[in-house]
Design a protein around this ligand. Sequence first.
Ligand SMILES: NC(=O)c1ccc[n+]([C@@H]2O[C@H](COP(=O)([O-])OP(=O)(O)OC[C@H]3O[C@@H](n4cnc5c(N)ncnc54)[C@H](OP(=O)(O)O)[C@@H]3O)[C@@H](O)[C@H]2O)c1
Length: 315
Amino acid sequence: MDKNSKIYVAGHTGLVGSAFVRQLKSQGYTNLVLRTHQELDLLRQDEVECFFEKEKPDVVIDAAALVGGIKANSMAPADFFYVNMQIEQNLIWTAFKNKVKKFLFLGSACMYPKECSQPMKEDELLTGLPEITNEGYALAKVCGSRLCSYLYKQYGADFISAIPANAYGIGDNFDPEHSHVIPALLVKYTKARKNGDPSITLWGTGKALREFIDTDDMADAGIFLLNNYSGYEPVNIGTGEEISIMELSKMIKKITGYQGDIVTDPSKPDGMMRRLCDNSKINSLGWKSKIKLEDGITKLYKWYLEQTQGGKDNE
Ligand SMILES: NC(=O)c1ccc[n+]([C@@H]2O[C@H](COP(=O)([O-])OP(=O)(O)OC[C@H]3O[C@@H](n4cnc5c(N)ncnc54)[C@H](OP(=O)(O)O)[C@@H]3O)[C@@H](O)[C@H]2O)c1
């Protein structure tokens, strides 16, 4: 990929797509092609075909998807399956037909089997069933990844896929109904500090271990893979830094300045006790995570305050 390659970032208004745009620009890639959902509905094959025939991008980064939490996924498996299958099939196949030189498909760690050994290695895909609550989404994502692999195997097309860990970052969703754990905790602790609440209750034992990656770090890894990887297997993107939910809470308590106690409620579910990507493949290719969790969350909190309070952490 050279600096004036024509790069189409699908889903550039989203959490991950917007990070790719930031990183590409900061690394000197300026020839970007962007379309909002309104300008190009990726569910419409005819529209996708017209777009590729007109624009002829050299490189495609697929960060467009229907994404949601456990509740949304478990209530609408048909939507999550259909929409994601349709977007990825339209994008991948049309890109292939239009001789796109390099394609990066973004999967998700939920593609791995529920009973996967930890840390999760790329060759464990399809060795078991995914978690039932997001099965529709996970199956669609596995299919997208495999379509890239098959194009590589059958036609030698340079279509690759990556499996990033849980992401957080600028542009994250802070709506309590839809937010991931890090923005949810940032809001919770900020409110508790303002209300002077003596304690905060954490669901579960706090012992479950998780891995989180800053979206700028993830995008940096994706660009690295575009430049340095070709192959059948997907590649995990993670930090290798594991943290318990309790330690994460303490970190967020410190960042938000909350002074009260953290109390656990072990009657509530922990979810999986460990969920970590094996990053040996991307590390051996030469990429290592650059953004420490505490630094990334501090940056995100600053951004959140700028959006909500003009940057001031009002008491
Ligand atoms: N967030 C994470 O923790 C995480 C972790 C690992 C991997 N990923 C992967 O990264 C990708 C993006 O996730 P995200 O968190 O960035 O999601 P997101 O914030 O919801 O962004 C999704 C993007 O796709 C666009 N889109 C959805 N349907 C479309 C359609 N029919 N036509 C055109 N554009 C459409 C959205 O536009 P509108 O908003 O206008 O609909 C938005 O720009 C997904 O494949 C996901 O699996 C995410």
